[in-house]
Design a protein. Sequence first.
Length: 182
Amino acid sequence: MNQLASIIHIINAIYLWLIGLGIGALVISGAIVAPVIFSAYSFLPDLSITQYESGILMTQIFIKLNVLLNSLAIVIIIYELLAFKSSFKPSVFLLVVNALSVVLIFVFTLYYTPHILEAQNMGAAYTATPEFESMHTQSEFLFKLLLATLSISFLYRITLLSRKPTQQASKSTPKTSRKKSS
C-alpha cells in the first residue's frame, strides 16, 4: 500500500508539473514572446519586418505551442476523469474547470490556429480586415481565459492534494488525552 501511495504521489506531482508547464508556456508566449515579435522592428530597425511577417513568426510559435497544449488536454482528460472516479468526495467544480480548459485548448488549437493560418495564406491584405481582427481578438481572449482556467485548476488541485496528508495523518495518529495530575 505504501508503494501505491508513492506512485500516486509521483503521478500527482507530474500532473501538477505539466499544468504548470502549460501555464508557463501560455505566459511566456503571450506576455513575453508576442510583444517582442510584434515589436521586432523597434529592436532591429534594419530588419524592416512588417506586422504581417511578425504574425507569421508568431503563428509558427503557436503551432509548436499547440502540440504541448493538445498533449496537456489529453493528460487533463485522463487524470481528471480517473481522479473524479476514484475520489471519495469528487470535486465537480474542478471537473467543470478542467473540462472548460480542455474545450478552450481544442478551440484554440483546432479552430483559431488553422483559421489564422488560412487568413495568412490569403495575404497581408486579408489580415488587415475587420473580420481577421475580430477573430484575432477572440483568440486572444480565449488564450487569456485558458490561462485563468488552468491557473484555477492548478491552485485548486494543490489545495485538494495538500489536504489529503493532513486528513490521513489525523486518521492514523492515535489520539491521546492528558490526564490532569492531582
